[in-house]
Design a protein around this ligand. Structure first.
Ligand code: VG1
Ligand code: CO
Length: 586
């Protein structure tokens, strides 16, 4: 087990983005590329005080191309760096939320994990010609904070060597169980752990499974769940087929594939087209003629690494921002929250609509607005000071990008959101022999009470990075000149660049998007994506609030059409990037 020290030199561009380092798979397969990043991570966490010799390192991925090879390399490097114990997900598979759950698990026979490598580029396509990714999560189960990802990046710029135990045996990822290797007084434990067990046990402790079972058993209720050939399949089958006894037909695309079957495992109206069609919708979320064909009452989809969710009803699309608000408004129906004395706070990323703000105001919850990316929620969840010294504060978080979750773990959790909706539906349908209260009924009742935040996001993928950066800079420079200006039917009350002062550790995250806040409460926001594997993606977020009861059921694009036009002219993307046609609308 003698580690070899291999000479290397820095690789360009190994800066972790919104959620880890993502690059073309071929780049990751280049000599020393993965090794450099992994070594830089070990160096950073040791420098930050992590004792890697007594704890456990967890490794798993979303099953994309190069996943098994990368795992074997990381194991060999972990051991060379002095890690005493490694756990790996069965077949190399672990969803992002499951990783978070396992890190936080403190079972009697398990030594607690100090962190994890998750091999995923999430919703980015996979395969030899597509994307690969890696991220590091810390002891709290959440993504590494910025100070740590900055330190990793700094190390990648100065790295000269890495350590690897080349002669460590290749681990059989298909067999759950331990491999103990002992040599020269050094004992190393590598254990392949069940992909789903820990996470599912946690979910069962959160939701009212008997009530969900009653709902699923109703003859007038049916559901489908599309795992999009990502890592969610084994979890979905375990819960819905094994635990709840649904037929395999309810599970769409539930076998993980290393290229997601050539698809784009991103649960939205554009990419989850198979599910969207089954649920009787087109890609604008509008009803299509089903010619009498039966449509499921509930539909859901997950992304490649299982942390995102899309929720559909019978010919009905729930926007992620509305989903967050509705779960928060109904949190008392979920045992996890009611047992803790009820939900106390909510958090959303800045571009996420203000629908949840209205619920927070109504229910007297604290509300936090963070930059895009889940790592900012973790600090709030772990803070005792923010919440009057209490250890444990029930908190629900969400992003407009189909991510929802709570402080049961430190990542967004796709299957959690699906079970949350089923739990809420079950509670609304608790009385026997009544017609089914549908997803659509629940959403419409919510709008009636709170008004509706019409919302749409335009993505311009694959645009020139220099041009997109210049466009953002121009809007930033113009912010004072734009403030107070009338544009179309709107007046810009404030134009600014969003900056976040973390209330927990005082850290400041600058340059988190350009905002145009209109006098009537409407918002137009621009960001550059931090997850693109190559090139640049511009995101334009459009929100318009409507309280008028007569105007709650409009077509979204009709409701916000004038604001979209205003947004396109404010950024002038046509001049900068040569297009104003989005590649994806969500
Ligand atoms: C996107 C989303 C963001 C999400 C992130 C990671 O980031 O907008 O809300 O947290 O992806 O999700 P960006 O920087 O491209 O806008 V995942 O499921 O890709 O880990
Ligand atoms: Co994801």
């Amino acid at each position: 087990l003698k580690p070899s020290i291999v000479k290397t030199s820095p690789k360009e561009g190994q800066k972790p983005g919104t959620s880890g380092l993502r690059k073309k798979t071929k780049v990751f397969m280049e000599k020393d590329y993965l090794e450099n990043f992994v070594q830089s991570t070990f160096t950073s966490i040791v420098a930050a005080g992590t004792d890697i010799s007594t704890g456990t390192l967890l490794i798993g991925g979303d099953g994309r191309y190069f996943n098994p090879e990368a795992i074997q390399t990381i194991v060999k490097m972990a051991i060379a760096n002095g890690v005493g114990r490694v756990w790996i997900g069965e077949n190399g598979l672990l969803s992002t939320p499951a990783v978070s759950a396992i890190i936080r698990e403190q079972g009697p026979t398990w030594k607690k994990a100090f962190g994890a490598f998750i091999l995923t580029a999430s919703h980015n396509p996979g395969g030899p010609d597509e994307d690969f990714g890696i991220k590091y999560n810390c002891e709290n189960g959440g993504p590494a904070q910025e100070f740590l990802t900055n330190a990793m990046f700094d190390n990648t710029k100065t790295i000269t060597q890495y350590a690897i135990c080349k002669n460590f045996p290749t681990i059989d990822l298909s067999k759950v169980g331990a491999t103990r290797v002992e040599k020269a007084g050094l004992e190393v434990n590598v254990e392949v752990v069940s992909t789903a067990a820990t996470h599912l046990a946690l979910l069962e402790s959160i939701f009212d499974f008997p009530a969900i079972q009653n709902l699923l058993d109703r003859p007038d209720f049916s559901m489908v769940y599309d795992s999009m050939h990502g890592v969610n399949g084994p979890y979905a089958r375990e819960v819905f087929c094994k635990r709840f006894g649904l037929s395999e037909e309810t599970m769409m695309n539930s076998i993980p594939k290393d290229d997601f079957n050539g698809g784009h495992a991103d649960p939205n109206l554009t990419y989850a087209k198979e599910l969207v069609a089954v649920c009787g919708l087109n890609k604008q979320g509008l009803k299509i003629d089903m010619a009498g064909k039966k449509v499921p009452d509930f539909g859901a989809a997950a992304d490649g690494d299982g942390d995102r969710n899309m929720i559909l009803g019978n010919q009905f699309f729930v926007t992620p921002s509305d989903s967050l608000a509705i779960i928060a408004a109904n949190a008392n129906k979920i045992p996890f929250f009611s047992a803790q004395g009820g939900l106390k706070s909510v958090a959303r990323s800045m571009p996420t609509s203000g629908a949840v703000d209205l619920v927070a105001k109504d229910l007297n919850l604290s509300l936090f607005e963070t930059p895009t990316g889940w790592k900012f929620f973790g600090n709030l969840m772990d803070s005792k000071d923010l919440f009057g010294g209490k250890d444990y504060t029930p908190l629900i978080c969400g992003e407009e990008s189909f991510g929802t979750g709570s402080n049961h773990i430190r990542e967004k959790d796709g299957i959690w959101a699906v079970l949350a909706w089923l739990n809420i539906l079950a509670a609304h349908n608790a009385k026997p022999n009544k017609p089914l209260v549908s997803v659509e009924d629940i959403v419409k009742a919510h709008w009636k009470k709170y008004g509706r935040n019409y919302y749409v996001r335009y993505d311009f993928e694959g645009v020139d990075k220099v041009a997109a950066t210049a466009m953002m800079a121009k809007m930033g420079e113009m912010r004072e000149a734009n403030t107070g200006k009338a544009v179309g039917a709107f007046t810009i009350a404030t134009a600014d660049i969003f900056e976040y002062n973390d209330p927990v550790d005082g850290s400041v995250s600058k340059n988190q998007g350009v905002r145009f806040l209109m006098a009537d409460g409407s918002r137009v926001i621009f960001r550059l994506s931090g997850t693109a594997g190559s090139g640049a993606t511009v995101r334009m977020y459009i929100e318009k609030y409507e309280a008028d009861k007569e105007k709650l059921h409009m077509n979204v694009l009709d409701a916000v059409g004038d604001l979209i036009a205003v947004g396109l002219s404010l950024c002038d993307i046509k001049t900068f990037c040569g297009t104003e046609t989005p590649t994806v609308i969500t």
